[in-house]
Design a binder for this molecule. Structure first.
Ligand SMILES: Nc1nc2c(c(=O)[nH]1)N[C@H]1C(S)=C(S)[C@@H](COP(=O)(O)OP(=O)(O)OC[C@H]3O[C@@H](n4cnc5c(N)ncnc54)[C@H](O)[C@@H]3O)O[C@H]1N2
Ligand code: MOO
Ligand SMILES: [Mg+2]
Length: 414
């Protein structure tokens, strides 16, 4: 008898996945090799930044009091008694109308309490004149104004970007504790699938899901063991999935999760005694997306239809990968935007539409033909419009939720 599937809400499905995502092992990386990993320790400032009061400009360090009353008609003259660049310290003790010629980044000499930009001076023999008064502290970068020694500057759970690497370099974190990345196996199922160079006999189609999912993982800095295409043969498929699960933390399959005669994934989960977290979600596309767990390992049964497959990855696989990589920000980012065209279809379930979000004016429109089997609209999208279930008749100008899918800082260097 046909099994009855009960759809659960998308947010509940995401949370079910995240509850089971636990795998976190700490490893140590040389700091420049840590890009794309997640910090397993807080990064603490080992000294104040700036470490000393310094000049933010090329110009002259002065005693501000000596500039009092300066104007265009009554310019004040200063005598230059020393000359320093960044990396050097002046021994001068400034008094009254004395100044030190100073470059950006150099420490403020004793006695000085303001910096005059070169452009604000007129040079004379032995020094310069000024036409305006300076206040104490003017144009000085203060010690500790960015951060103080001992402060947590980057918390554990942050993904390491180029900016984080700059901070590691600043505080001499030569080796840094990061979380291990989960290992992922990928299997595209379907007797209709042929690879890139094979001929397209009648009834056959190219495997586009496999390379798409591998690329989505790669963009997160995660290497995939690609088991490539496997036909709809229960015993053979069972063995491949079992072996893949033995060797990896996560097995992603595409296809074979619906109720067709050759959709073998439900039976495979059963034979593996995996706990199925859900096999129906109140969403379109990807309603048959199935996620199962077995001893802290994940089986993502993504739908065969490319747009459904993509949506399932973005909604369920990506947050789990992020959590297993140790990241503290795991949920998809959702923003508000204005719909640029009418969308009249009814939405019995929450609908995800591959979309093009224009960041300049925050308007959004579907990125092309948008059925579950569409592939081109994925390529043209940078986001997905999210329309709640039980709604219909969205109009141009309506405000809608938009889930961002664009890749940003994630490492794809391998
Ligand atoms: N009677 C029902 N039929 C279907 C239901 C349902 O609830 N009742 N659900 C539909 C929905 S929704 C979807 S989505 C699909 C899901 O199908 P499967 O996940 O079982 O996937 P397949 O049957 O293997 O393939 C579906 C479709 O996708 C193409 N495909 C598969 N793999 C790839 C690949 N690697 N690259 C590109 N395209 C792929 C495949 O040829 C099929 O056309 O089921 C509906 N049916
Ligand atoms: O999973 Mo299907 O893609 O809802 O159309
Ligand atoms: Mg099917």
């Amino acid at each position: 008898m046909l099994e009855k599937r009960t759809p659960i809400p998308v947010t509940e499905a995401i949370d079910k996945c995240l509850q089971h995502a636990k795998y976190k092992i700490v490893t140590n990386k040389y700091y420049t090799d840590s890009l794309g990993y997640t910090l397993a320790e807080d990064i603490i400032a080992t000294y104040d930044i700036p470490m000393f009061d310094k000049s933010p400009y090329d110009g002259f360090a002065i005693v501000s009091e000596a500039s009092e009353g300066a104007s265009g008609d009554a310019r004040k003259a200063f005598k230059v008694i020393d000359h320093i660049g960044a990396g050097h310290v002046s021994d001068a003790q400034l008094k009254d109308n004395e100044a030190v010629r100073i470059m950006t980044g150099a420490p403020i000499p004793e006695g000085a309490d303001a910096v005059v930009m070169l452009e604000q001076t007129s040079l004379i023999e032995k020094g310069f004149t000024l036409r305006k008064p300076f206040t104490p502290g003017e144009n000085i970068s203060r010690q500790g104004e960015e951060c103080k020694q001992g402060e947590v500057v980057i918390p554990k759970g942050t993904q390491i970007t180029a900016g984080v690497i700059a901070v590691l370099a600043t505080f001499s974190y030569e080796y840094v504790n990061v979380y291990h990345k989960p290992t992922v196996a990928l299997i595209a199922t379907g007797s209709e699938l042929v690879e890139m160079n094979e001929s397209l006999a009648p009834g056959k189609i190219r495997n586009s899901n496999g390379p798409m999912i591998a690329s989505l993982c790669k963009a997160m800095g995660i290497k995939v063991k690609d088991y490539r295409v496997h036909g709809d043969d229960f015993d053979a498929l069972y063995e491949v999935v079992r072996d893949a699960l033995d060797a990896h933390d996560i097995v992603i399959t595409t296809g074979g999760v619906s109720v067709g005669d050759f959709d073998f994934m439900p039976e495979i989960y059963n034979k593996l005694s995996a706990e199925v977290l859900f096999n129906k979600v109140a969403m379109r596309p990807g309603s048959v997306t199935t996620v199962a767990v077995s001893h802290d390992k994940f089986l993502f049964g993504l739908s065969g239809n490319p747009s459904a497959c993509y949506t399932g990855f973005e909604l369920y696989t990506k947050p789990v990968l992020r959590k297993m990589m140790g990241q503290s920000e795991v949920y998809p980012t959702v923003v508000k935007a204005t719909l640029a065209e009418d969308f009249t279809k009814a939405n019995p379930f929450t609908r995800f539409i591959r979309a093009d979000l224009d960041y300049r004016n925050m308007t959004v429109a579907p990125s092309g033909f948008n059925k579950s089997n569409a592939v081109i609209a994925i390529a043209k999208s940078n986001s997905m419009i999210v329309l709640p279930g039980g709604t219909r008749g969205f109009k141009q100008g309506d405000t809608v939720d938009v889930l961002l899918t664009e890749l940003s800082c994630e490492d794809s260097s391998w």
